[in-house]
Design a protein around this ligand. Sequence first.
Ligand code: SIN
Ligand code: CO
Length: 376
Amino acid sequence: MSFDPSMFLTQYWQKKPVVLKQFFPDFSDFIDEHELAYLAQDSELDSRAIIHNEKSWEVIQGPFDSFTDICRDYWTLLVQGVDKVHPDASELMDAFSFIPYWRMDDLMISFAVEGAGVGPHIDQYDVFLVQGKGTRRWRVGPPGEHKPVHPHPLLSQIEPFGAVIDVELETGDVLYIPPNWPHEGIATSDCVTYSVGFRAPDTESLTRSFDLLFSNSLGISKRYSDPELNTQEFPGLVHHSSIASLRDQLIETLNHPLWEQSLLRMLSEQDLLVEPPEQLLTEDEFEYKLNQGECFERVPACRPIFTERDGLLGIFIEGEYFEMTTSQALVKKCMSGLTVTIEELNESQDKNAFLSLFTELTNKGYWINTSEYEYV
Ligand code: SIN
Ligand code: CO
């Protein structure tokens, strides 16, 4: 099928679920249940197993050192954040980059035996469910009042719901589900599901941008003042004009350019698994390697965000800020995971600024030499 991202955004994104048949026409799994079990042993990744039979549900939290307890009845093994450790998982997420990076969260991969599932539930975030090997029946219902049930303390399910979509997904199919639409997937054969998850900050979490602002920028905090104060009958009364001034004090902070920077720092945080190289590179060494044909890429899951203002490109990665005045076209390509050739770079007037930025990003571990990188 030919997928039209702009049609998808106007008709479905955050509005209604849709089945995208053969979104990946030649899909082939880059992981199987054995490799997933290997990842579920990693203490840096969040994993869990959900096991059920006719009578009860059980949840076992990873990391796991044995699977004998898990592979029984109807079981599902789920591992979160696989894009951080697996370049192919990171690449799979890139197929959905018609949604901005700052809205993307991570890739969860699950393996379920025939008949297994995690039960009917509601998620607060958008998700694209990519069907890997095997088949799975998905039912999706309309948002509304769905009574929560907890068949296990770690399991938030809802009572059975009426479906508006009832479909069996095959390898390469994708199901998009907006937040708050109840859904349930039951494996109709042993199957792998890839969940491309998104994030959307709530107001409470946005207040962290203030913490970042005040911890990073000196002199931003103003103090309330009231030189026009008049006498008042009751000392306990707080005038609406005082409240309005306090509100203005906060709004002034929100309008400060450094607040925007703190917000973007916050939005760029991804908890990447980054390891700076043992041997730091000089710009000359970095350029030499490029000329030798060595390739550098973003570390898996790294999805840098940037803003443009007055000829400045502000780049944010993992809460860090990098500023560029030049080289912008090539830099924006690299930030988006597109290839920049050595010929393009050599023709660019801004080669030096480019080399300086990417030497720094490589030395911080955000960019890696793919000829040296090994996936374990
Ligand atoms: C799963 O992969 O089993 C669960 C995905 C979901 O329902 O969000
Ligand atoms: Co879900």
